[in-house]
Ligand binder design. Sequence first.
Ligand SMILES: Nc1ncnc2c1ncn2[C@@H]1O[C@H](COP(=O)(O)OP(=O)(O)O)[C@@H](O)[C@H]1O
Ligand SMILES: [Mg+2]
Length: 387
Amino acid sequence: MRNPFAFGSPVSGLQFGDRIEETRFLVRRIGTGQNVVVTSPRRYGKTSLLLHAADEAQRIEHARVGVASLLRCSSRRDVAEEVTRAVVDGALGWLVGTAEQISDRLRRLPRVTPSLERDGWRLSLAVGAANETFLADIRRPVELLADSARDGVPVGLVLDEFQQVAEIDPQLGGFFKTLCDDLPGVSLVFAGSHQHMMERLFVGTGAALKNAAEPLSLTVIPESESVAFLQERMVAAGRSIDGRAAGLLYRLAHGIPHFVQLIAAAVYDRDVDAATEETVREAMVDVLSRQRADLASRYELLSPNHRRLVAGLAERPVRDPLSRASLVRFGLSAASAARARDALREREVIEFDADVGWRIADPIFEGWLRYGLPLDLGARIDASAIG
Ligand SMILES: Nc1ncnc2c1ncn2[C@@H]1O[C@H](COP(=O)(O)OP(=O)(O)O)[C@@H](O)[C@H]1O
Ligand SMILES: [Mg+2]
């Protein structure tokens, strides 16, 4: 039997759980041509949700939806190629048929040259004049998509990892705003992590895309739903996990879908028929031990003051890291603690959680700081301490 849990790439089918309200919301907005901006930290399940919603919009609304990821884009030209691929291949389904048929359809995109590679068609853009802007090349495929809506079918374009736009150049955000204004029939779904960068693009004074899209901030999946998901997946694999064990797993993962699946996969790997809290603790030790070298080097890259703050927050999250008691515990002055807090928050190493206060964002790093850091090299982490 294969491990019923998956992490590391977006999930679909049975590995995708819940997110019912969020899916419905996105499908509805795509159906009516409205724009949405989806934000969350990494690993909360944005891409999985976007792909699921795009499928559902096709199934329920018969929409044409393209999904582009700007993750690997570092220039406007890359953005143009990726948007073209998403529209031409995903939304319009133009890359099926004979080579001749495909070239024929692509005549409507004069600067795009298709070539057949091992993993399918590749679309590349011709480079023309020296001060080429490539903006028209981003716009043209989206216009084609808008044209295709003339028959009354809703159309959408998902732009995942949209925060990249801010890295590429300062004008690109404004260009997408123009696109929104000029093509009201197309639903643009922007998505991104790096909260502060997305905020710079969408909220606040001077944000290029202010009011251009309705916000949807993705939080963790609630505990009761995650517990039910864990139990169902285990049962489907001929095993079980009791409610308390699943609850402990959820808390150790901070409820973040990626870490829930990561720890659950380690629980499954322990090969016990009925997993208990003890199994979950042992599985957490397995994960921490496997990642030990990486976790240690992550810590070593921090400055001494940053190390003090992360070690202190891992030991116990606090509402006010600048309180006298916190400062004594961290061994930091108020000014150093404030600087460390701001820098580590900016890098998303720490976060403020409404329930517990300031804490380490990555639950595995938190676990290692708490249980692995104090140990001598090679010593085994004591499972009974975890939780
Ligand atoms: N709806 C879901 N149900 C169960 N697991 C999920 C779900 N969404 C995400 N995950 C888990 O989280 C991981 C990261 O998801 P992904 O969609 O890539 O997140 P993001 O795009 O926000 O970084 C997935 O590999 C999977 O393990
Ligand atoms: Mg993603």
